[in-house]
Design a protein around this ligand. Structure first.
Ligand code: PMP
Length: 429
């Protein structure tokens, strides 16, 4: 058919001038040309329910974000070396969503840039180099972040841990060796600190790339205590799980009763417009004032700040955090119900609209159902529902849709999964 020919042609042209290190999703890649709300639309006009995109936080193409971007772009776009009200207002509004003493904002163009800046700040403030991270963590695509991302350096093409990183055990309540005993996992934070006093303990409050893993209860509090005892700063990477996605709190670290020294933001912050942020304390900000200017050509420009402000407005006016709690609870309950009929579901986890489904061949051994998981994703895509996979074994379905997902959308997703899991079950047994 003409459609396939044109997709093949696009794939060929893509290969001609784009690096092969870029990947495409799905065996039959999608040619997406539009998006609205929680849906993506392909070149044939077919609509797909998007459970993957946690960047289009308030919905693909939200009109308020689009018009804020367009209006500011028409008026002015410059760097931050002039006085401009929008960045000041945005910093105030963003800082107001954080607990004290987190009140100082620095703007970047991506989550990676935010994490790179956070590490520079921590290293400058402490005069130290080492960074502690959790196993299988991913913190970004810059060289400085691949260096602290086991998800990258421990896989194909990676060089293993470099001299400036220490990997702490993943406090995984499902597969971890201490089960849900959070503080027990954190013992290795103190051990690493004694070995090489670190600049920072860097973590996500729910690890996305590691397979939607929320640290076992008490882990973060114990890890923070050990890190701070050793003079390190604590950095929460909220790039994936922030901005109310977890439903119960604006920031996922809040669910663990900790207050970081530095928080990094990205993805949903601009609803797809490239924007990132570091939020820190006045003390850390002062320590970073060494005399060297921080200049970032695009970071904090008025267009980006207008997008950021519009996202905060929509989150508030459409009450999306409460909505994420409500729809996420339905979705999680539905997934748990599916588990009563599909033994391939080993674990359902997460918070709000940041959920994971761990697929296993055998519930007793928890052997990952990696191949079946890949089939589930392909079959769901054929059924019009987009999902992705992650985790060390590539067997965890990730559910992190635009926050405007409705209850009806959640029902559609559950019905599709029910059908697809039955098909995969038939194939594997
Ligand atoms: N931190 C986390 C937890 C992430 O998941 C990502 C991106 N997947 C990043 C940082 C990097 O963000 P970006 O790709 O916007 O640079």
């Amino acid at each position: 058919p003409a459609r396939d020919r044109s997709k093949q042609e696009l794939a060929r042209r893509r290969r001609a001038n784009l690096a092969p290190a870029l990947s495409l999703s799905y065996a039959d890649p999608l040619h997406i040309v539009a998006g609205d709300g929680a849906y993506l639309v392909d070149a044939d006009g077919r609509r797909y329910l998007d459970l993957v995109n946690n960047v289009a936080h308030v919905g693909h193409g939200h009109p308020r974000v689009v018009s804020a971007l367009a209006a500011q772009a028409e008026l002015l776009n410059t760097n931050t070396r002039y006085l401009h009200g929008t960045i000041i207002e945005y910093a105030r509004r963003l800082a107001a969503t954080f607990p004290d003493p987190l009140s100082v904002v620095m703007l970047t163009n991506s989550g990676s840039e935010a994490n790179d800046l956070a590490l520079r700040m921590a290293r400058t403030a402490t005069g130290r180099e080492h960074v502690l991270v959790l196993d299988w963590a991913y913190h970004g695509n810059l060289g400085s972040l691949v260096e602290v991302s086991p998800y990258k350096f421990n896989r194909a093409g990676g060089d293993g841990p470099g001299p400036r990183v220490r990997v702490c055990e993943l406090p995984d309540p499902y597969r971890g060796r201490y089960g849900a005993d959070g503080p027990r996992y954190a013992a290795d934070v103190a051990t690493h600190c004694a070995d090489a006093p670190p600049a920072a303990f860097l973590h996500e409050s729910i690890l996305g790339c590691a397979g939607q893993i929320e640290p076992a209860p008490g882990h973060l509090a114990a890890a923070y205590a050990a890190a701070r005892e050793a003079g390190a700063l604590c950095i929460a990477d909220e790039v994936q799980c922030g901005f109310g996605r977890v439903g119960s709190h604006m920031w996922a670290f809040e669910a663990h009763g900790v207050i970081p020294d530095i928080v990094t933001l990205g993805k949903p912050i601009g609803n797809g417009h490239p924007l990132g942020a570091v939020v820190t304390t006045p003390a850390v900000a002062r320590a970073f004032q060494t005399g060297m200017e921080y200049f970032n050509t695009y970071g904090g420009n008025p267009v980006s700040c207008a997008a950021g402000l519009a996202v905060l407005d929509v989150l508030r006016d459409e009450r999306l955090m409460a909505h994420a709690a409500e729809v996420g609870t339905c979705l999680a309950a539905g997934l748990t119900e599916l588990a009563t009929r599909h033994s391939i579901i080993g674990d359902v986890r997460g918070r709000g609209l940041f959920l994971g489904v761990d697929l296993v061949e055998d519930r007793a051994t928890k052997r990952p159902a990696t191949e079946a998981a890949a089939r589930v994703v392909e079959l769901a895509r054929e059924g019009g529902v987009l999902l992705s996979l992650d985790g060390p074994h590539g067997n965890v379905l990730k559910i992190k849709p635009p926050m405007v997902l409705t209850r009806a959308d959640a029902e559609t997703a559950l019905a599709t999964l029910d059908r697809v899991l039955a098909m995969v079950g038939d194939v594997t047994t």
